[in-house]
Design a protein around this ligand. Structure first.
Ligand SMILES: [Mn+2]
Length: 388
């Protein structure tokens, strides 16, 4: 950089006299990219001024520093995208510790070191941010916190608006796909009520310590229909509504059920096969990948990751923690192993940042899980059954 002292001061603009500082400030990493910045610039940032617009640690916190798009705008004319992150700040369907309404912002905070310009994967040597897909953060859906029925209707509508826009890269994919940042697990029901429009009924790969197919009469006590729709019954209801296929699977199950046999039978009736947490000790990561792939085949797949699938040592910040779970590395390896499946939607839910530790163990894990889900979508484009 040319020092200001090598030129007469009157030749320089006033802003450069004292210090070599640009505004808005850029992160040291981005500044050091120097002349190489353009080579690493993602499609999402092309045409922008890297000194002014690369935003790691600056600006507002979006997932992985992706651009924000007002996907829920009433206008038809918004920036196009192929994959969208959408926050679902909702936690009034929980049966234990609340707090997942702050999950979306927590997961974004956990992802703040990720950026398209520096995301070359050490395992695959690919950078899925720089592939064919334009990936954006839509912010959060506006959800009331006093009425679950209305909030889920709002979330379903948000999903429909976001997925009804024409994709950016129509030669590859016609319909944008959504990765939801939860939110308690009830939010997955709203996503599935939307995905059926474009993709039909789907196989759900459900990473969780709990089965979440409880009959509302069992979990909720049959008090009211309102109480019966919660984060432990949404898969039962999704089955009743015909949203999911009988080729679905749970992975990481270890929590007890309420009834000796009814809950297991009902789970099977809802279309699920169970892979327990301890199965990994017998068949390993690759065995679990093989089972999941065999189960869903070439159907369209929705992947839902309840962060409580991880052991509380790896994810303490969740509502219904169960000991004896998987490590973060095991989960990431299993997710990567699902490459090639037709992933039409995904979520990371039940992240309640208030219970996290100063090392941010849970939100870091959740951010990386969301990144891996995004990568699965980039690796395998899927054409919809019905266009928007
Ligand atoms: Mn769950």
């Amino acid at each position: 950089m040319l020092s200001s002292w090598t030129l007469p001061l009157f030749l320089l603009p006033a802003s450069s006299i004292a210090r070599d500082v640009v505004f808005p400030p850029v992160s040291p990493l981005q500044a050091n990219l120097g002349g190489h910045a353009s080579r690493y610039r993602s499609p999402v940032a092309s045409g922008k001024d890297p000194l002014a617009e690369f935003e790691k640690y600056s600006g507002l916190t979006t997932f992985a520093n992706l651009p924000w798009v007002h996907c829920l705008s009433p206008d038809d004319d918004v920036d196009k995208y192929d994959i969208a992150f959408l926050g679902a700040p909702f936690d009034t369907g929980t049966t234990a510790r609340p707090g997942a309404r702050f999950g979306p912002s927590g997961i974004r905070w956990g992802s703040r070191r990720m950026q398209a310009a520096a995301a070359w994967d050490p395992y695959t040597h690919e950078n899925t941010f720089l592939g064919w897909a334009r990936i954006v953060d839509c912010g959060d859906a506006p959800l009331t916190f006093l009425d679950n029925t209305v909030a889920l209707q709002q979330l379903e509508k948000a999903h429909k608006v976001v997925s009804s826009r024409t994709a950016n890269t129509t030669e590859v994919a016609d319909v944008p796909r959504i990765i939801t940042l939860g939110g308690d697990h009830t939010t997955t029901l709203a996503a599935l009520r939307s995905t059926i429009d474009h993709w039909g009924p789907v196989s759900v790969i459900h990473f969780d310590s709990h089965i979440d197919t409880w009959d509302p009469k069992v979990l909720g006590g049959g008090i009211s229909d309102y109480a019966g729709l919660n984060h432990g019954t949404f898969l039962h209801i999704a089955h009743e509504e015909g949203l999911i296929l009988n080729s679905s699977a749970h992975a990481g199950i270890r929590a007890p059920v309420i009834n000796k046999s009814y809950d297991w039978k009902n789970d099977k009736r809802c279309g699920f096969e169970i892979i327990t947490a301890r199965d990994i000790d017998k068949i390993g990561v690759s065995g679990i990948i093989d089972k999941l792939k065999a189960r869903v085949g070439d159907t369209n797949v929705y992947i839902s990751v309840d962060i409580d699938v991880l052991d509380p040592a790896y994810a303490p910040a969740t509502g219904t923690a169960e000991v004896g779970g998987w490590t973060t590395r095991e989960l990431l390896s299993i997710l990567d192993g699902l490459e090639g499946l037709n992933v039409i939607g995904a979520d990371v839910v039940e992240v309640a940042p208030i219970y996290d530790n100063p090392g941010e163990t849970t939100v870091l894990a959740a951010g990386e899980v969301a990144h891996r889900l995004m990568s699965l979508m980039v690796e395998t484009p899927v054409k919809p059954l019905r266009r928007p």
